[in-house]
Design a binder for this molecule. Structure first.
Ligand code: NAD
Length: 374
């Protein structure tokens, strides 16, 4: 099919990213695609309309989508927005596939072919398309910065005329892409960093960044390179061993996640009670319930003089680079299937078939079907 790509403003409150950067717009046009974009869709990422050469601009999302057979998004569309998408068109974005049966039913009613980038197979070939990684790196970096900005101590060791200041102690729990970026950010700022993850491979990655690995003796590798949920005994062992490191930290950054599940609660109320006065918790898992029992998503609360932050949508705090990286991920995913201005999906491609959420009026992904109980 002759490729017409539609891009509208993101509608979620506070969302500043855009799915298409001017750099990627140029590359798609060079492949023969026609692009139509809602006016000022890139403005919050500081891409003005004039930066998008040869892109047609529409005065609303309805017009931006009217002719499209491929729609690029960052966040999932609303039900009203899905209604405006042409029947049978292709939709790509971070679709939060486990969140809403209603949204998936709407995709299927419209016969949309939907690719949810959260489902992308984590194989080497797909690294350049991995939006969870690119956005996770933004989140981890932001967690480090929030912690440093709110900490009442210097992160680095300082030797001053008034004597020496000891560096702050940071503990990072969960050392996937975001956790590793949080470690690297806090190390660059000079803190003493310890970190912990249940996956065995994480130890070497933590140590390669110059942080100390906290060994709890619990190892829980699951399928697809992800962690599995811990048993009750493992949770108790983990809590006992981690409590000491939590109590000694000035800052705890938590990023632990299990795909398709609520975030594991790792920092208990009792652990908070044993933390230093003025210590900080930055809970990156706030969006999926939080790794800290007291986290309030989107809020900053104080309990026992410990500051607990539950920030949401961290990549949107740095929308220019987050959008640039995200847009490149989309391009790397799509470009192998664009030839002479046509989009031809190759279902034998394991990356493409592994990422599809809906096609031909049906939900395709087995894990999503299982999690949603269908
Ligand atoms: P994620 O966001 O799903 O989870 C974050 C981290 O939390 C993970 O490292 C996980 O092990 C950890 N975790 C879960 N439960 C925990 C608990 N109870 N206590 C402590 N830590 C806990 O992870 P992610 O960043 O998306 O990465 C997941 C995996 O995918 C990693 O192995 C990563 O190296 C791998 N990966 C592969 C590629 C690729 O090859 N294309 C790209 C990115 C990530």
């Amino acid at each position: 099919m002759s490729l017409k790509i539609g891009i509208a403003k993101e509608l979620e409150p506070g969302e500043k990213r855009v799915a298409l950067s001017p750099e990627v717009a140029k590359k798609l046009i060079a492949l023969g695609a026609k692009l139509e974009m809602e006016q000022t869709a890139g403005a919050e990422s500081h891409f003005i309309d004039a930066d998008y050469t040869d892109v047609k601009f529409a005065s609303g999302l309805k017009i931006a989508y009217a002719e499209a057979n491929l729609i690029l998004r960052v966040t999932p569309p609303t039900l009203e927005e899905i209604e405006l998408m042409p029947d049978g068109s292709v939709l790509i974005g971070l679709m939060r596939p486990y969140e809403s049966k209603e949204r998936i039913a709407a995709f299927n009613r419209k016969n949309l072919t939907v690719f949810a980038l959260e489902l992308l197979p984590r194989i080497s070939r797909a690294q350049s398309m991995d939006a969870l990684s690119s956005q996770g790196a933004c989140s981890g970096y932001q967690c480090g910065l929030i912690a440093a900005a709110r900490c009442t101590k210097f992160f680095p060791m300082l030797t001053t005329a008034a004597g020496t200041i000891r560096p702050a102690k940071v503990l990072v729990i969960g050392a996937g892409v975001s956790g590793l970026q949080a470690i690297a950010t806090c190390k660059r700022l000079g803190a003493i960093v310890e970190a912990y993850d249940v996956r065995a491979a994480a130890r070497e990655q933590i140590e390669s960044l110059g942080a100390k690995f906290v060994d709890t003796g619990v190892s829980a590798d699951g399928s697809g390179g992800y962690a599995r949920e811990l048993t009750a005994d493992e949770k108790a062992q983990q809590a006992e061993k981690l409590a000491k490191a939590v109590a000694a930290a000035d800052v705890v950054i938590t990023t632990a996640a299990i795909p398709g599940k609520k975030a594991p609660v790792i920092i208990t109320k009792e652990m908070i009670a044993r933390m230093k006065y003025g210590a900080i918790v930055v809970d990156m898992a706030a969006e999926t319930g939080g790794n800290c029992a007291l986290t309030q998503p989107g809020e900053h609360i104080i309990a026992n003089d410990v500051n607990i932050h539950g920030p949401l949508n961290l990549p949107s705090r740095m929308p220019t680079h987050a959008s640039e990286l995200y847009s490149r991920n989309l391009y790397n995913f799509l470009s192998p299937f664009i030839k002479d201005g046509d989009l031809t999906l190759d279902w034998d491609d394991e990356v493409l078939s592994g990422t599809v959420l809906c096609h031909d009026g049906r939900t395709m992904h087995p894990t999503v079907l299982q999690v949603l109980g269908e």
